[in-house]
Write a protein that binds this ligand. Structure first.
Ligand SMILES: *Cc1c(COP(=O)(O)O)cnc(C)c1O
Length: 387
């Protein structure tokens, strides 16, 4: 089966559900055990069903199975948010005295978790240049247990040579954990590229409709039990209703991404030719930084990218952003709607300083007509330029 067909069929069994096309929403805390033998089996972990709402329901399990198959993982676990996906994995794999290598371009809350919680627990983090590739070798210590990658970085879009990093990490007994949110489970096969554990924010394209916060952990067999135990101990379970919505969103992810990718490429190419734009950081745009790695390792692109513009005053930037009709300001991305936010990576870089002096804008391209989006941006630049 091709990925598009898998998106439609996985985790769905109408015959088992009175013919209903969509798997039903099972909402439960308590599971009833009919006999004492069943009750004992639950304690031993050999009962035929999930034994408690926090450990999953048929609703969450269907989605987990679908995502595992799509991404090529042995096992997938859902979590309460994308943040709880990476915190669960890092807490499972790291102990006091261990060392973590973290890409300098990583999602800001990941950095905060390392700098505050992991530091407090005695885990040391070193940030590395995301474009370091095999050069990571020089930073790996005897106590380095995890190398964390996020390719491309979801603010500044550096592409990482994950296979090269994985080779060096594995040679020294360290694991590779990937935040694969940007690529979605459709466009990157992490386990074929040397990744041991892959996490996603399902809040983004998997759900795709800006109404759910949820996370995904996918792993090979080797690390499953360890991560599952930490997941249980932390109680970082998803809400069953959110899992229902996310599986519904998943059905159209391929179709949405096809349109969004095409539109993002058009908008990015248009922006590159604008006199106000100094650089477009969209790895899928030929000639953009990281294009060759993207082409080698990925099979598609999502619709999130960043542009670096000439210097704008605050009133100029406000004139542009306040007046946008379609590209509204808002955190998150991966929904059906376009978004644009100003970002300043200066304070969240320690290994590779951010030196751009103009504005930096992150765009998410949604399902609107691409001509309307370009007009919106064109009018935005006019408002800024005429201030
Ligand atoms: C949004 C995001 C997260 C966190 O996901 P939530 O579901 O919002 O907790 C993690 N990593 C990346 C790259 C993200 O964009």
């Amino acid at each position: 089966m091709k990925p598009d067909t898998k998106l439609i069929t996985l985790g769905r069994d109408p015959e088992a559900n009175f013919g209903a096309v969509n798997p039903p929403l099972y909402r439960t805390s308590t599971v009833i055990f009919p006999t004492l033998d069943d009750y004992d089996a639950a304690k031993k972990g050999t009962y035929k069903y999930s034994t408690y709402g926090r450990y999953g329901t048929p609703t969450t399990q269907g989605l987990e199975d679908a995502l595992a198959e799509l991404e090529g993982a042995d096992h997938t676990m859902l979590t309460s948010s994308g943040v709880s996906a990476f915190t669960t994995v890092l807490l499972a794999l790291l102990s006091a005295g261990d060392h973590l290598l973290m890409a300098d371009s990583v999602y800001d809350p990941t950095r905060r978790f390392c700098d505050h919680e992991l530091k407090r627990l005695g885990v040391e983090t070193t940030y590395y240049d995301p474009t370091i590739g095999a050069g990571i070798k020089a930073l790996i210590r005897d106590n380095t247990k995890v190398v964390f990658v996020e390719s491309p970085g979801s603010l500044t879009f550096e592409m990482q040579d994950i296979p090269a990093i994985a080779r060096e990490a594995h040679a020294r007994g360290a694991l590779v954990v990937s935040d694969s949110t940007w690529a979605t489970p459709l466009f990157f096969r992490p386990f074929e590229k040397g990744v041991d554990v892959s996490i996603h924010s399902a809040t983004k394209y998997i759900n795709g409709h800006s109404d759910v916060v949820m996370g995904v952990i996918s792993t090979t067999k080797t690390h499953y039990t360890r991560i599952l135990n930490t997941h249980k101990n932390l109680g970082a379970c998803p809400n069953a209703g959110d899992a229902y919505l996310a599986q519904r969103g998943l059905r159209t992810m391929g179709a949405r991404l096809r349109i969004q990718q095409e539109s993002a490429l058009k908008v990015a190419a248009w922006l590159r030719d604008r006199p106000e734009v100094v650089e477009v950081r969209y790895p899928a745009l030929p000639g953009a930084p990281g294009y060759d790695l993207w082409k080698r390792d990925f099979t598609g692109a999502s619709a999130l990218f960043t542009i670096l513009t000439k210097p704008y005053t605050r009133p100029q930037l406000a004139a542009m952003l306040d007046g946008m009709k379609l590209l509204k300001m808002g955190y998150s991305w991966g929904g059906y709607e376009s978004l644009m936010i100003p970002i300043d990576p200066t304070a969240i870089r320690t290994a590779t300083p951010w030196t751009h002096k103009g504005a930096t804008l992150r765009l998410h391209i949604g399902l609107e007509d691409v001509g309307d989006l370009i007009s919106d941006l064109e009018e935005g630049f006019s408002r800024a330029n005429s201030k």
